[in-house]
Design a binder for this molecule. Structure first.
Ligand SMILES: O=C1O[C@H]([C@@H](O)CO)C(O)=C1O
Length: 605
């Protein structure tokens, strides 16, 4: 059969898609592939093309056996050691249904590094020890050891997981979690097919080398990434290297991701970003996207041509394949908010029956102006909870904590701080220290609820850039309503303020408002959206702006709240909340074994 015949091409593109899905661990296709004849592939593919067979999944316990390794990979054609899960980066997709219990047996096969994996957006109600935050909720898993994460996925939506020890996320340790609705419940929007897209930025230096630079004098920043990845694939220009041996432009690992669509059909794209640094603009050339979900919450639908997405966020958008079907289109991601020095990330939106690799006849867009803060702020503000699914916030809060975000120095080292405190975590993780009453494990004094509002000029480099290291934590009254006002400021560079995506573990919060400039304590609170605020777990703080959040401190445990830029978190841009520690059940001894719990009886694999 000639490869130009449509049915062959359907099989080819379908095979590519199905192989990807197979690789993503979607078990229902594995069986189809066991007898890999063309007929079976065709049937499996046609079924696959008809609809992802998600609705038949039943609530249950899902077991995953994962091995974490360093392996040579070439996601952008450049060969480097990446952290893989079962040989893959991005790792396997966890596909589950609301109410399922997830059990991940994580074996750390790294020879010299610890590991922890965070389940980003999963609230861990009743299982705070499974949050996977090294130094906060567990001792990291040591080389050669194993830890079992067990938790319930209690809310349908699109989530992610990633390394939360050191800077391992950017070494490739990340993936997607999809939680489907219970049987018989349907989404408030319709679509024909469901597809995942995970975005990342990619560096050629190892995360270890980057971490060393961040904690050195003189300071060496990670800099702009070499590539942008769509579903783990990007393209570095190998000819830029003086020693090109490590870079092979024809390596199939760096052929662009292909998303095959059938003309006239509507696709739900579940898009997540786990970039180390970059804020992104996502576009599908010539196609409108209707935003319908953000971080697991339904969005009052709105149409965009480019979707701004910050590290740690997820969105679902609906896209109809309604353009000229005789060609393919570019899917592009571009850096925004920092002066781009990274080429556009590319994938192919392939209209069946065109050849999946057929390049679109156009030049890919370079995206919106990188410094157009106004348009990014406008899209943040446009995000509202969907009518019929609004969970209104309490009208007042019990406590407001204002966090001034600054770049600082401590003993000559570059840091980030909140209200002048830069977080260093204790050797005994907070959750264990609090539960076991190890009061000498960290400074018991509370950090400040605000900063010197009257005299601090957010538009200038601070007069005194020195901050203090601290491991103090915010202790919240259980069941109280807490407001957080994130206040941005100038960095240590004149006329510079950066975007910080803030992520809260263990909760979702209402996004009450955004503004530019200094938050006004007497008037800005009156402008909060208390009618239909979206609930999210990650939210941007725009340059020189403020972002106001409200959440209920109703999940017993210890929870990190931090900037999702990996280097900024590494440099101390985080705070810790404790609530209801007395309600936390007995901690599994498997999370212990470091700091003051070094001698605890910890099971070894
Ligand atoms: O933390 C950072 O450091 C650099 C720069 O401010 C100093 O090199 C930068 O852009 C960051 O985000």
């Amino acid at each position: 059969m000639s490869s130009s015949q449509p049915i062959f091409r359907l099989w080819t593109s379908c095979f590519l898609q199905a192989t990807l899905d197979y690789l993503e661990g979607q078990v229902h296709l594995i069986t189809s592939f066991a007898n890999s004849t063309k007929i079976v592939i065709g049937v499996a593919c046609l079924l696959k093309l008809r609809k992802n067979n998600f609705s038949t999944v039943e609530a249950r316990t899902r077991h995953y056996d994962w091995e974490v390794n360093y392996e040579y990979k070439s996601p952008d054609c450049y060969k480097k050691l990446a952290i893989t899960i079962n040989g893959r980066t991005p790792g396997p997709t966890i596909l589950a249904q609301q109410g399922d219990t997830i059990i991940v047996k994580l074996q750390n096969n790294l020879l010299t590094e610890n590991v922890a994996i965070h389940w980003h957006g999963i609230r861990q109600i009743g299982t705070p020890w499974s949050d996977g935050t090294g130094g906060f909720t567990q001792c990291p898993i040591q080389p050669g050891e194993k830890l079992i994460y067990k938790f319930v996925v209690d809310r349908a939506g699109t989530y992610t997981y990633h390394g939360h020890y050191g800077m391992q996320r950017e070494a490739g340790l990340y993936g997607t979690i999809i939680v489907l609705l219970p049987n018989g419940v349907s989404e408030p929007f319709s679509y024909d097919y469901d597809r995942n897209i995970i975005l990342n930025d990619w560096y050629h230096k190892s995360s270890d080398e980057q971490a060393t630079g961040l904690s050195s004098i003189p300071f060496v920043f990670v800099g702009e990434p070499q590539s942008l990845l769509i579903n783990g694939k990007g393209k570095y220009n190998c000819s830029l290297l003086t020693t090109p041996g490590a870079c092979n432009a024809t390596n199939p690992q760096c052929s662009p991701h292909v998303l095959t669509v059938v003309p006239g059909k509507t696709y739900r794209l579940r898009i997540g970003s786990l970039t180390a640094l970059s804020a992104l603009s996502f576009e599908i050339e010539g196609h409108d996207m209707t935003v319908v979900e953000a971080d697991g919450s339904y969005v009052e639908p709105f149409v965009v041509r480019n979707l701004y997405i910050y590290s740690g966020e997820t969105y679902s958008v609906l896209v109809k394949a309604n353009q000229d079907p005789s060609r393919n289109y570019w899917i592009t991601i571009n850096v925004v908010s920092r002066k781009p020095a990274t080429p556009t990330g590319l994938a192919i939106f392939n209209y069946y029956p065109n050849h999946p690799q057929k390049p679109p006849p156009t030049v890919p867009t370079t995206g919106p102006l990188w410094n157009d803060t106004t348009s990014r702020l406008a899209q943040s503000i446009a995000l509202k909870a969907r009518q019929g699914f609004i969970d209104t916030p309490p009208l007042t809060s019990d406590r407001a904590i204002v966090l001034l975000n600054t770049q600082n120095k401590i003993d000559g080292y570059y840091k980030w701080a909140l209200n002048n405190l830069s977080l260093t975590f204790p050797t005994t993780p907070y959750l264990i220290a609090l539960k076991e009453n190890l009061t000498d494990a960290f400074d018991q004094n509370p950090p400040p609820d605000g900063y010197d509002f009257a005299s601090y000029d957010i538009y200038r480099v601070a007069k005194n850039v020195n901050a203090t290291s601290s491991n103090r934590i915010y202790r919240l009254r259980f069941n109280s309503t807490v407001d957080i006002i994130l206040q941005n400021a100038n960095t240590m560079t004149v006329n510079n303020s950066e975007t910080h995506p803030w992520h809260l573990h263990g909760h979702e919060f209402w996004v009450l408002g955004y503004g530019m400039g200094k938050y006004n304590m007497s008037s800005d609170g009156k402008k909060y959206n208390l009618v239909n605020p979206i609930m999210k777990n990650t939210v941007p703080l725009h340059p020189y702006g403020w972002t106001a959040l409200r959440f209920q401190a109703n999940n017993p445990g210890v929870w990190a709240f931090h900037c999702h830029v990996e280097s900024h978190f590494y440099m101390g841009m985080a705070v810790v909340f404790e609530e209801g520690i007395e309600k936390v059940g007995n901690l599994p001894s498997s999370i212990m074994g470091c700091g003051e719990t070094k001698s605890y009886n910890r099971p070894r694999p």
